[in-house]
Design a protein around this ligand. Structure first.
Ligand code: KIV
Length: 298
């Protein structure tokens, strides 16, 4: 029998199980909040998994916060799969959701199923997310029939930015709120395992959450949702172009990064970096032998 004490960290790891779509549903039933964050690369996914984040969404927000586009429309399937693969190499426990990019599910049901399948088959995702309401029911039914879990997305749906007239809150008048509520019920009936509500009034999001069986995940939708999601680059203060009102910054990494780069430049220019401890040595005897041979051969 081993005499080594098992650390708390080790016992936690032994007990830890992979989060599934069933887990998030059970969390709603048990009244336990669901934590969701976006990630686009290996180290971020690793850190989130270690922090115990329930769901990692490889969002097409990738286009704005990592690739520098003005909106999410230019993001391609290949972009998404590339980043999903990196995330899946970093995260072992979180439920992994890949965001279907603009024009990957709108053209036909067949195209939607094939592209959804690529997220699972090629990129290690457990589920996909797509935007829209009643107009997406056929695609959602077909994808779930193929055995692929779907997360819905209502409210501010960034892929429809031009239809919505900009990145603006949704469901603020009675008829828009009713429409959103109807869409939420339709998405649940079509088979979505959960639903993102983005930028909608807090009381509407709470009302919908209380009436759906599937968990709602809010972003700019108040505290009444079953889970919360933020774009990680907003939370870390890495995306400087604009900060939506609903974002809380937990760090200011853009500033930290700029300061680190400036310090590096100044130390390189001042011949401070690299110092002796950053350099590789060789034994004096080998050096002397090298010099002798090198200079002899010259
Ligand atoms: O693309 C994304 O990151 C998203 C979240 C904001 C929900 O869709």
């Amino acid at each position: 029998m081993s005499t080594f004490p098992i650390s708390t960290a080790t016992t936690n790891q032994i007990k830890r199980k992979k989060v599934t779509t069933q887990t998030v549903r059970a969390r709603k039933q048990a009244g336990q909040i669901i934590s969701v964050l976006t990630a686009y690369d290996y180290p971020t996914a690793l850190a989130m998994d270690q922090a115990g984040i329930d769901v990692i969404l490889v969002g097409d927000s990738l286009g704005m916060v990592v690739l520098g586009y003005a909106n999410t429309l230019p993001v391609t399937m290949e972009d998404m799969l590339h980043h999903c693969k990196a995330v899946s190499r970093g995260a072992q426990y979180a439920l992994l959701v890949g965001d279907m990019p603009f024009m990957s599910y709108q053209v036909s049901t067949e195209q939607a199923v094939r592209n959804a399948g690529r997220f699972l088959q090629e990129a290690g995702m457990d589920a996909v997310k797509l935007e829209g309401g009643s107009e997406r029911l056929n695609a959602i039914r077909a994808i779930t029939l193929a055995g692929i879990p779907v997360m819905g997305h209502l409210g501010l749906t960034p892929q429809s930015v031009h239809m919505l007239g900009g990145f603006r809150p949704q469901g603020r008048d009675a008829s828009a709120a009713l429409h959103l509520f109807e869409d939420a019920r339709l998405l649940q009936e079509a088979g979505c395992f959960s639903l993102v509500l983005e930028s909608v009034p807090a009381r509407l999001a709470r009302y919908i959450s209380e009436r759906l069986e599937i968990p709602t995940i809010g972003i700019g939708a108040g505290a009444g949702c079953d889970g919360q999601v933020l774009v990680t680059h907003d939370l870390l203060g890495l995306f400087e172009r604009f900060t939506p009102k609903f974002v809380k910054k937990y760090a200011n990494l853009y500033q930290d990064m700029s300061e680190a780069f400036a310090a590096y430049k100044s130390e390189v220019e001042g011949h401070i970096f690299p110092a002796a401890e950053h350099s590789i040595e060789m034994p004096d005897s080998e050096w002397e032998c090298f010099i002798e041979k090198a200079e002899h051969d010259e």
